[in-house]
Write a protein that binds this ligand. Sequence first.
Ligand SMILES: CC(C)(COP(=O)(O)OP(=O)(O)OC[C@H]1O[C@@H](n2cnc3c(N)ncnc32)[C@H](O)[C@@H]1OP(=O)(O)O)[C@@H](O)C(=O)NCCC(=O)NCCS
Length: 153
Amino acid sequence: MIRLATITDLDEIAHLYRDTISTVNLKDYSAEQVAAWAGRWTNTPGWTDKITNQHFLVVEDGEITGFSSLTHNGHVDMLFVHRNHQGKGVAKLLLTEIEQVAKNKKFSIITTDASITARPVFEHFGFNVVAPQTIMVDGVELNNFKMAKSLSV
Ligand SMILES: CC(C)(COP(=O)(O)OP(=O)(O)OC[C@H]1O[C@@H](n2cnc3c(N)ncnc32)[C@H](O)[C@@H]1OP(=O)(O)O)[C@@H](O)C(=O)NCCC(=O)NCCS
């Protein structure tokens, strides 16, 4: 089942975020990098803001198996799938719905900052790399990719 997130999902979402980064992303990033990244959104106000102000979707199958969010200006801010539910089409479900929402809002383009891990999946869904980039999180460098996809409306 795919549905909009609510504030009551906050703890489960925050836990999935940290757990996925600490396990799934560990194959592409160092222990120091995943620690900084996983610690990025520890504050409840930050998650509350995202859940409230973005189009924030969760997939539920007994537990939350993944989530994704779209900002008001067409940026895919979040895409995380539970480590025990990788490769089962959860991201496909989320990105298909996110893209439909973006089309309904008449966005001509959607963007994301994709991790090394997620880049091939975004490419599979028609995103192109605009530029590789290095961001600083808690004093630690993280490499990712600015990506974009044109939407035909
Ligand atoms: C990236 C991530 C979201 C993918 O989630 P997932 O649920 O495992 O992905 P899905 O099973 O829905 O697969 C999506 C599609 O990508 C394809 N795919 C997966 N890995 C691929 C790869 N390495 N190369 C090409 N295509 C790939 C799959 O075949 C599938 O396409 P299909 O259904 O048309 O065959 C997940 O691995 C994750 O949570 N990664 C860690 C968090 C992260 O880095 N998030 C991004 C932050 S920017």
